[in-house]
Ligand binder design. Structure first.
Ligand SMILES: [Zn+2]
Length: 183
């Protein structure tokens, strides 16, 4: 679950392993699983970045902890303003399951979803959202607005933010830095 105060606290102690509160074995296993999937999403994002897309990657995992769909940002490739990684992954997951309802699925995405994707996540009745870096300019789950918790939303989306936050953020920052440098 997202918790701003808790998160601010974690960021304060970002560089100090010693401040980490030990997790129970079950919680540690869950965290390891989230990090493992996020690592896969980062690899997808990096690959999209090398093709000139803003590097964002997403994976949908079912209740048996199996990947059923992946997505990367394909806005440039497809000339499609809706082709964000989350939308691509949610559509592929719906096709794989033969159902629009993804209430038993977890979506892993490297960046906090935008307005459109947060809306789609609510519409999919997603079971769990796990994301990496906050999007301080356009994040629509926590940073700027909170679409899943707004009055127009008919589904509360359990959310965990900040999984592998640093590598997710650095991948984006590096990509934008390199783009600025090239002519
Ligand atoms: Zn989006």
């Amino acid at each position: 679950m997202t918790d701003c105060a808790d998160r601010a606290d974690r960021q304060d102690h970002d560089d100090g392993e010693a401040f980490r509160i030990p997790l129970s074995p079950t919680a540690q296993t869950t965290l390891d699983r989230h990090e493992a999937w996020m690592q896969r999403a980062i690899a997808l994002a990096a690959e999209a970045g090398s093709r000139g897309e803003i590097p964002v990657g997403a994976i949908v995992v079912n209740e048996r902890n199996e990947a059923i769909a992946t997505g990367v940002n394909r806005r440039e490739t497809d000339g499609d303003p809706t082709a964000h990684a989350e939308i691509v992954a949610l559509r592929a997951a719906g096709r794989a399951l033969g159902s629009w309802r993804l209430d038993r699925c977890t979506l892993y995405v490297t960046l906090e979803p935008c307005l459109m994707c947060a809306g789609a996540i609510v519409m999919a009745r997603l079971g769990l959202l796990v994301y990496g870096a906050d999007d301080l300019k356009a994040g629509a789950v926590r940073s700027i607005v909170n679409i899943p918790d707004c009055a127009a939303s008919n589904h509360a989306v359990p959310t965990i933010g900040g999984i592998l936050e640093a590598p997710c953020r650095e991948l984006l920052q590096r990509w934008f830095r390199e783009r600025r440098r090239s002519p």
